[in-house]
Design a protein around this ligand. Structure first.
Ligand SMILES: CC(C)(COP(=O)(O)OP(=O)(O)OC[C@H]1O[C@@H](n2cnc3c(N)ncnc32)[C@H](O)[C@@H]1OP(=O)(O)O)[C@@H](O)C(=O)NCCC(=O)NCCS
Length: 437
């Protein structure tokens, strides 16, 4: 059994026993209550699933196994001359609860590089798609085509015991994560660089190799990719892409089928597509104002125009967060160090200075602060990744790490099929009548 697989086994074995005892003694305790407005309002805030890899605090933001983003930046190993930590270390942390050593991360990096080969039929399917098909749709199709490689599906077909599900899920998960940069880079070079593909360099870490295959070998862009892949990896279980993967996985669909579903959820403008929307919105503002150096007053007027047309300001607001997203702030710090004079990056910062007050004044927006998507596009564009409709694909590659690590936990715990109860409006009216009497 490989290094991480055995570390994960040791980690969940203890937790599974603990969870069993905890459920036996406390299974009937009420943890939450549901208001009718939550039933209609996207089930906000209702505690209804287990999620081990991360937890979201409304003010502090995301914590991965207890560590917030600044702590991760300090503690996760940096290898291969990187200034930013390697996301491989975060994956290790999500599965084991332990910050890995440099040697462990180096091993994991090599392990992923050795699993990265993509079968030819996947390329053929991608090549058959017209470039007018959105890159997120192509990513989803690419992941589905890779499903031919699912070890879990094959083993399930042969007949395996429930206690071994996690092993095959682990294999699928790491194989899929290892292949995603190659898949995403193939889509990028096919759509935007005339199918001039760049071969993988297996001597590089996962993110640096991704940067290389996209077409930018600068050390700074490789560090941006390491940061980007780390901060987008997980945002607890209730967000749409994470919950989708968890739900699909609960039917014992394999990791490929489950992740493709999550990618489809991420492709929505209220979720991951917001990074594309932010950049499109900024460019529309630049065209409308006739300057790529708009003043804060000009930005204010444009924000008000956007709102008066009944549109949302992309990259602002959140269903859970109630403060500036630390993922936005981490990118701002990166921008200050590497591209403080870039006009687009400065627009992003000026938008940050004016939007929250305007949204607050509307009186209905619960979180007027920027989220992760408000910043990422400007940094990508600085390093030459200028195709806005590719940005959510990068988000998807990173998000795979968190949701797939959790899928391993789901199978290790033997979590059952998800099947909540729905009710009709008639039943709701009946309930209200009965409660009133
Ligand atoms: C993320 C988002 C979907 C959260 O939705 P939510 O939990 O329903 O947010 P709220 O409870 O604050 O929404 C209350 C109202 O404020 C509005 N609102 C929220 N964020 C807004 C924004 N950025 N611009 C304009 N209006 C916004 C909502 O549309 C809603 O209006 P309504 O009552 O007229 O329908 C929402 O903030 C949004 O659409 N943001 C922009 C898209 C985005 O950046 N998505 C990425 C999220 S990581």
């Amino acid at each position: 059994m490989d290094l991480l697989k055995s570390a994960f086994k040791a980690s969940f074995a203890a937790k599974t026993e603990e969870l069993k005892d905890l459920l036996k003694a406390n299974g009937n305790l009420v943890i939450d209550q549901v208001k009718i407005e939550q039933l209609h309002g996207g089930m906000r805030g209702i505690k209804l699933m287990l999620w081990e890899t991360s937890s979201l605090d409304a003010i502090e933001g995301i914590r991965f196994r207890g560590y917030n983003i600044p702590q991760l930046q300090e503690l996760l190993p940096r290898i291969h001359g990187a200034k930013e930590p390697l996301p491989e270390g975060l994956f290790w942390l999500m599965l084991t609860g332990e910050i890995p050593s440099n040697e462990q991360v180096e091993w994991l990096s090599k392990d992923w590089a050795s699993r990265a080969e993509i079968p030819q039929h996947v390329y053929k399917i991608l090549d058959s798609l017209n470039n007018s098909v959105h890159p997120m749709t192509q990513l989803s199709i690419g992941i589905l085509s890779l499903q031919s490689e699912s070890i879990f599906a094959k083993k399930y077909d042969e007949g395996i015991t429930k206690s071994s599900y996690w092993e095959y899920m682990y294999e699928d998960t790491v194989n899929l994560i290892a292949r995603l940069p190659g898949l995403a880079a193939y889509i990028y070079r096919k759509c935007f660089h005339n199918s001039q593909h760049i071969a993988a360099d297996p001597s590089l870490d996962w993110s640096a190799n991704f940067a290389h295959m996209l077409g930018n070998d600068s050390p700074d862009f490789k560090d941006l990719m390491r940061l980007y892949m780390t901060i987008h990896a997980d945002h607890e279980g209730g967000n749409a892409s994470a919950h989708t993967v968890h739900l699909i996985g609960s039917t014992l669909s394999d990791a490929y089928l489950a992740l493709a579903g999550g990618i489809n959820a991420l492709a929505g403008p209220l979720h991951g597509l917001a990074n594309q929307e932010v950049m499109d919105w900024i460019y529309e503002m630049i065209a409308h104002l006739g300057t790529d150096n708009p003043s804060k007053d000009q930005i204010k007027e444009y924000v008000k125009k956007t709102l008066s047309e009944g549109k949302i300001v992309p990259g602002y607001g959140h269903a859970v967060l109630r403060a500036p997203d630390p993922r936005f702030l981490a990118q701002k710090e990166f921008g200050k160090e590497y591209c403080a004079n870039d006009p687009l990056v400065n627009i992003v910062w000026n938008v940050f200075d004016v939007v929250p007050t305007i949204l607050e004044d509307l009186g209905k927006v619960k979180n007027p602060w920027p989220n992760v998507d408000a910043h990422s596009g400007a940094l990508l564009e600085f390093y030459g990744i200028k195709e806005h409709n590719f940005y959510t694909v990068l988000f998807g590659v990173s998000r795979a790490m968190g949701v797939l690590a959790q899928l391993c936990w789901d199978r290790a715990y033997g979590l059952p099929l998800e099947r909540p109860k729905s009710i009709t409006t008639e039943e709701l009216k009946e309930f209200i009548l009965q409660t009133a009497n």
